[in-house]
Design a protein around this ligand. Structure first.
Ligand code: SAM
Length: 270
């Protein structure tokens, strides 16, 4: 977080165990989760990584003239995805309405953001502290301001997302920030079934972006009919992945997946 003072080494307890704030090279903070034994962001820079992987990865600069922009995030964490998105939109030509939907297993993280993270005073967008809890149709936090909406679905995203879709809580999404922990630590959100769910909530113009470039997750995407592109990675990562529902899969990706013995991930195998 960029707006929190003296956060280094700050620890707190969540529903899933202990968390520790860790500083990253761009001066912003990330969170280390004891339960997943992983940090939420690259130590090369949490905000810079968010700009690279999600704002630019999902091609938001090309979507600024839309009347409505709907973004889905797999994993709320510290709320850096939402905060960086609203800061980007406020300094851009965007005049439309934002709907930002995130998902989070550990509701204590939302409470942490509510008390520790503020958007700028003049922000046009809902603040975390304005989030109110509602239990129906799935447990979620929601805040609205100036026609912009922020929703955080609480619980396992594999269960909450399809129910929220069926019950009319979700729009069709133009961008997906696939920001779960790594496939090794959290394989459940990298399966064929999860990418099928993401397809079911997507507009045909959707752009999905993620830091992972593993052959296994790319095979999961292709088996659920996403079209996969290779992209240069952030920080120490050589490559990452962008996926769409129109266009085509990169030839080099097809060739390299054809040579790879890695298998796609399926719920039944985890
Ligand atoms: C890498 S962090 C997300 C960082 C976040 N996007 C940010 O900008 O601060 C991944 C998050 O996904 C959450 N998560 C893991 N498995 C989940 C699941 N099955 N459903 C919902 N959230 C989950 C974790 O609790 C963690 O907060």
């Amino acid at each position: 977080m960029t707006d929190s003072n003296n956060q280094e080494n700050k620890k707190f307890k969540g529903d899933l165990g202990d968390y520790e704030l860790v500083s990253t090279q761009d001066g912003s903070y990330t969170l280390h989760s004891e339960y997943f034994n992983e940090s939420c962001h690259s130590l090369s820079g949490a905000v810079e990584e968010t700009l690279f992987n999600y704002i630019n990865g999902c091609e938001l600069p090309d979507k600024l003239n839309q009347n409505e922009l709907s973004i889905f995030e797999t994993g709320f964490g510290l709320g850096i995805g939402y905060k960086t998105t609203t800061e980007f939109l406020e300094t851009s030509s965007f005049e439309g309405k934002l709907t930002f939907v995130s998902t989070e297993l550990d509701s204590e993280l939302v409470n942490f953001a509510k008390t520790n993270t503020e958007l700028s005073q003049s922000s046009n967008y809902p603040q975390f502290k304005e989030l109110a809890f509602n239990n129906s149709p799935v447990p979620h936090f929601k805040a609205s301001k100036n026609g912009h909406i922020l929703i955080i679905l609480i619980g396992d995203a594999r269960k909450t997302t399809p129910v929220a879709l069926d019950r009319g809580l979700l729009p069709k999404f133009h961008a997906i920030y696939q920001d779960a922990f790594s496939p090794k630590r959290n394989p459940f959100l990298w399966t064929v079934e999860w990418f099928e769910t993401l397809k079911s909530i997507s507009d045909k113009t959707v752009v999905l972006s993620t830091y992972s470039s593993s052959n296994s997750i790319r095979k999961s995407m292709i088996e659920s009919e996403w079209l996969v592109q290779n992209r240069k990675g952030f920080g120490t990562k050589r490559t990452c992945t962008r996926a769409k529902l129109t266009g085509k899969t990169d030839e080099e990706v097809k060739l390299s997946l054809g040579r790879s013995p890695a298998a796609s991930l399926r719920d039944k195998d985890i």
